[in-house]
Write a protein that binds this ligand. Structure first.
Ligand code: NAI
Length: 255
């Protein structure tokens, strides 16, 4: 049986860790050649070596998604190496400052968070889309969050950034629907990754107790559960799906 992404060239940003790494592996399992991109060179190389260990193929191209020249070079090098870009998963993101309420948020950290989480996704779309128009289509998934669908205390900048990702996704989906480009967002709930460990660091016991209230399924999600959804959204099996902000959150936003 051919895989869901057999023969496809797939780019993943934030691929050195967590959800991006898991998605790189699932995409490779489904037959894609994966361009593993991140700012963390060692982590990216580890992801690539995991892909190769399972018989897959790919390459590492380092890029900071908030830097226009990096993103332009990332897409140009991908196309130079493989001749096309079928799927793009714009996943790189940061959690930002967590210690206070909105009026205590430092301006420099607001700027950095918006630069990575919003401008980074916009820059990726800006450079991926012309290639996809030229080749006659493609599929893009952006990582938003349950925090892109509902509010959350002490996370105002992050919540604003992820609502922006949902908005960008919907607007872009409408603009490029007739070019054969599908653009969707995935909205993960509370997922067991290094980012989540940083967020709950030192409060593990309290946090565990609140999980069944926050996430009705009663446990953390795994990066692999997000990876399966993203891979499906990128695949021809999702051919009628565009402009969707898909919650993969164990019921978090159903409440
Ligand atoms: P993670 O921290 O484990 O991985 C994020 C990766 O992004 C890291 O490898 C990091 O080096 C990379 N990165 C950070 N800034 C970058 C930049 N400027 N350019 C390129 N790469 C950069 O985090 P995780 O949990 O895997 O998060 C992935 C995405 O999922 C993020 O967008 C995050 O906001 C989102 N998300 C995570 C949730 C969770 O519960 N873990 C829930 C909802 C959304």
């Amino acid at each position: 049986m051919p895989g869901l992404l057999q023969g496809k060239i797939s780019l993943v940003t934030g691929a050195a860790s967590g959800i991006g790494r898991a998605t790189s592996l699932v995409m490779a399992r489904e037959g894609a050649t994966v361009v593993v991109s991140d700012i963390n060179a060692d982590g990216a190389e580890e992801t690539l070596s995991d892909i190769k260990a399972m018989g897959g193929d790919g390459t590492v191209i380092l890029a900071d998604v908030s830097r226009p020249n990096d993103v332009a070079a990332l897409i140009a090098q991908t196309v130079a190496a493989y001749g096309k870009l079928d799927c793009a998963y714009n996943n790189a993101g940061i959690e930002g400052f967590m210690a206070g309420r909105l009026h205590e948020y430092p301006e420099d950290q607001w700027d950095r968070l918006i630069d990575v989480n919003v401008k980074g996704v916009w820059l990726c779309l800006k450079h991926e889309i012309p290639q996809m128009i030229q080749q006659g289509g493609g599929a893009i998934v952006n990582t938003a969050s349950a925090a892109g669908l509902v509010g959350s205390r002490r996370l105002s900048a992050y919540v604003a950034s992820k609502h922006a990702v949902v908005g960008l996704t919907k607007a872009a989906a409408l603009e490029y629907a007739q070019d054969g480009i599908r653009i969707n967002a995935v909205c993960p709930g509370i997922i067991d990754t290094p980012m989540m460990s940083r967020l709950i660091g030192g409060r593990e016991a309290d946090y565990e107790a609140t999980i069944p209230i926050r996430q009705p399924i009663g446990r953390l999600g795994t990066p692999e559960e997000i990876a399966e959804s993203v891979t499906w959204l990128c695949s021809p099996a999702a051919s009628l799906v565009t402009g969707l902000a898909m919650a993969v959150d164990g019921g978090f936003t159903a409440q």
